[in-house]
Ligand binder design. Sequence first.
Ligand SMILES: *Cc1c(COP(=O)(O)O)cnc(C)c1O
Length: 331
Amino acid sequence: MAAFGTVFTPEMILSRFSNDSWTEPQFVATDSISLHPGAHVLHYSSTCFEGLKAFKHADGSVYIFRMDKNVARLAQSSALLALPKFDPAMLSRMIVDIVGRYASEVPTPPGSMYIRPTHIGTEASIGKAAAPSLESMLYVLLSPVGDYFAGGAKPLRLLLEDNARCAPHMGMVKSGGNYASALQPIMKARAAVQADQVLFCPNGDVQETGAANFLLIDGNELITKALDASFLHGITRDSILTLARDRGMKVSERELTVDELLERAAKPGAEAALSGTAAVLTPVGTLIHNGKEYQVGNGQGGATTNALRQALNDIQWGKAADTHGWLTKVC
Ligand SMILES: *Cc1c(COP(=O)(O)O)cnc(C)c1O
């Protein structure tokens, strides 16, 4: 099986913005775009993206999960990066059109079609370090993906890091520069303590990892950081919190300190998990802080994490009723 995100459909769909208007979206070859070497995105990181998925149901129909939320988040990221504004209805149509065109290539569960809308500033101007790009390109890539957990959901090791992942006002923007700024701490954590990911906890405030949100489960309570501008507002996070409330769990969106996390995670039966579109909900088995290792619960992940992941997958895969209206039918 090819590595996640390395296989693409032969075409994507693309629209360009210049002279105050968007071109009619077109299907174009996926393997190349042409960009001026002075393009704004290449110098000043005017780039943002989304990640969402389409699923094939047992009757062969294809559905996209929470498309409206992802489109709205890309619009918000674009606004915060001062990229040209786009009509959310146009991007929704682009997504449905490209997924419909490649519906036959949407893998069956546990696989899916990963959808990557991308918006970049293309104006050729290296003088615009402190000014927005007035031209841009919006495109939607498709990547068929297999079972993220092929080989089993191995509980993750997380290194707790005192620094922030990115500038505090940029956390809610799904933008390339944020991943670049988190790369060194993640590489160091892998080399030093064989961590899978870094859990960023600036000033002792438990935030998120490089590309997923963090949830602590203690008995009937689910605890996660309340939304603010400093971290990414995950749509999987929102979905899992909704499903937890549906199951009668107490959902606490509030500050969680490193001290409280380490104390509660050690309790028997405690669980911790990372949420994100790619891996849905992944158990965390070990937290590493100041040179010490702390096992979360029994260190093997837990029943509530598995039940919440299954509940979400069941809706995505058409095995449970879509009571929250999260699915958009493509065909
Ligand atoms: C994409 C992302 C998430 C998860 O968001 P989902 O909408 O659940 O996929 C969390 N944190 C970061 C930094 C991300 O980039």
